[in-house]
Design a protein around this ligand. Structure first.
Ligand SMILES: Nc1ncnc2c1ncn2[C@@H]1O[C@H](COP(=O)(O)OP(=O)(O)OP(=O)(O)O)[C@@H](O)[C@H]1O
Ligand SMILES: [Mg+2]
Length: 348
């Protein structure tokens, strides 16, 4: 059995099991000596801190080709934040995650994870990881797989019996499927849910999720979002990669955009997109002179429609408009959506 497990583990270089095996055997070595970072805040020290982290892969038959997957990436994530890493395919998101987790080593640069240098095995107990393409053992049930993972973390059986059903409930996988069905019979969405439960088996304080919404239907996405929000509410720090920008916008405190290995920008949504106090209003009717006072840049169309930006409290505006006999046709935040911002940054 041990030999079997070892072969299985060593066949899966691209994911969770390598990381788990390393944690169980304490084989990971520190990438560098403890970095000499100046921590910004003593009260809320960063849980993820990188300084000019860079990764160059050597490829080709003669190992004569170089791919610079990550270029000098410096970023900070604080405790309790939900941090979204965005970027087109091949931008270097998974590479960054693997560097942070110690699965691969940086070519240059440094980083701290929970205050320890990247690759330090002592933090692995405090971290959860949902890989991009999690390989979950086909012939185990979801339940058996979590028991196996819990065993690697040396979680006592009594706690396992409580935690495993709680996790399946959290991720929305029925206990019947978890207990009775082997994972080769699971749909993509069910596997994603098991992967998520697996990432949380050790009750980690910092969770890395690589494309957690991938392969999920709209209901599955909604449930995954709720799961992430539950984790966020319980104070966990979440670092995730995603292409689904509408979900990122609903979940994240801060985001960063990577393109061709380069960090294009990072910040809170308000910092990147603008404030949430200004609305673009379209409507009909009302007294134009009064409307001009509410929205100085208002434009009046020949069709009787008007459109302008509202900076005052919109409740008062709506009350005033109603008194004037006007109607609102649409009202949206003036700032661009994250998707518009993302496309502008990537193309521009
Ligand atoms: N093991 C590897 N050897 C060589 N090149 C690699 C390796 N892993 C990744 N790359 C290259 O590094 C670049 C970044 O890949 P990465 O997987 O980090 O992108 P990503 O942003 O996660 O993309 P996606 O959104 O498609 O998951 C790509 O050009 C990829 O081909
Ligand atoms: Mg990826």
């Amino acid at each position: 059995m041990l030999l079997f497990v070892d072969i299985w583990v060593s066949c899966n270089w691209n994911g969770i099991v390598v990381w788990q095996k390393a944690q169980s055997q304490n084989t990971m070595k520190s990438v560098a000596d403890a970095p000499q970072f100046e921590l910004d805040s003593q009260e809320n020290p960063p849980v993820v801190l990188t300084s000019e982290l860079r990764k160059v892969y050597t490829t080709g038959f003669f190992l004569n080709q170089k791919v610079e997957s990550l270029k000098s990436c410096s970023l900070t994530v604080y405790k309790g934040e939900t941090f979204g890493l965005l970027g087109p395919n091949g931008a270097g998101k998974t590479t960054l995650l693997k560097l942070l987790l110690g699965i691969i080593r940086p070519t240059s640069g440094r980083g701290l994870l929970l205050g320890k240098p990247l690759g330090d095995h002592t933090v692995k107990q405090r971290i959860g990881y949902l890989p991009e393409n999690a390989y979950l053992y086909d012939f185990l049930t979801g339940w058996e797989f979590l028991e196996f993972a819990a065993g690697i973390f040396q979680i006592p059986k009594k706690i396992q019996r409580e935690r495993i059903p709680q996790l399946f409930e959290l991720v929305g996988l029925s206990l019947k499927d978890a207990r009775k069905k082997q994972m080769r019979r699971y749909s993509k969405g069910m596997l994603q849910r098991v992967g998520m439960a697996h990432a949380l088996i050790n009750d980690p304080e910092l969770v890395f999720l690589d494309e957690p919404m991938s392969g999920l239907d709209p209901l599955g996405r909604y449930q995954m979002r709720e799961t992430i929000l539950t984790l966020k509410a319980s104070g966990k720090t979440i670092f995730f990669n995603s292409h689904i920008l509408s979900e990122v916008e609903k979940i994240c405190n801060r985001v960063a955009i990577l393109a061709k290995g380069e960090l294009v920008c990072s910040g809170s949504l308000d910092e990147l997109l603008g404030s949430t106090n200004t609305y673009r209003v379209k409507g009909t009717g009302g007294d134009w002179e009064v409307l001009k006072k509410w929205a100085p840049n208002i434009q009046f169309g020949a069709d009787g429609l008007w459109e302008g930006e509202l900076e005052e409290d919109y409740y008062d505006f709506l009350a005033s408009l109603r008194l004037m006999g006007g109607t609102v046709v649409s009202m949206n935040l003036s700032r661009p959506s994250l998707e518009e911002f993302f496309i502008h940054k990537i193309q521009g």
